[in-house]
Ligand binder design. Structure first.
Ligand SMILES: [Zn+2]
Length: 154
């Protein structure tokens, strides 16, 4: 298991290489955005990232969006559309495939791993279709919301 700093410097290197290949400039803003994302352990919206980075240096929201698109292109982040309200991003899960439970009442998202599930998906790997990474969203109602709903009924 890689530690956070190795993971962060690996991501910065991969991004710089990607920019070199695309003949794009390695600006300090772009590098700072990757560093910031790889220091976080949770989902974030473009707006939240923008506010967070602007505590240190001024970066426009347009730069945030364009960098997020580049990071998506080189598989350093993934984009989630858990519900219709907002788009969230996350650093690319290292090694593991991620599964998410999403509460349709309070919109809470919880990530989990499941080795059995992963194994059964891996078995679908064939010559006809090579599986890369996969993500799974399970929609339902969380324990807290279920309790609230039960209380409301009494
Ligand atoms: Zn809930």
């Amino acid at each position: 298991m890689k530690n956070v700093n190795e993971e962060k410097s690996g991501a910065v290197e991969k991004f710089k290489e990607f920019l070199r290949q695309k003949k794009m400039r390695q600006t300090s803003e772009r590098v700072l955005i990757v560093e910031k994302i790889y220091s976080m352990n949770t989902f974030f919206s473009a707006q939240a990232l923008h506010e967070d980075i602007n505590k240190d240096i001024h970066v426009s929201l347009a730069t945030i969006y364009s960098t997020l698109n580049l990071l998506l292109e080189c598989n350093l982040i993934i984009r989630h559309n858990f519900n219709s309200q907002n788009i969230l991003y996350e650093k690319f899960p290292s090694g593991a495939n991620s599964y998410y439970r999403i509460c349709i009442k309070c919109n809470k998202v919880k990530a989990f791993t499941d080795k059995k599930l992963k194994k059964s998906i891996d078995l679908r790997n064939s010559t006809a279709f090579s599986i890369g990474n996969h993500t799974l969203y399970l929609y339902g109602i969380c324990k807290k919301c279920k309790e609230k709903m039960a209380k409301a009924k009494c």
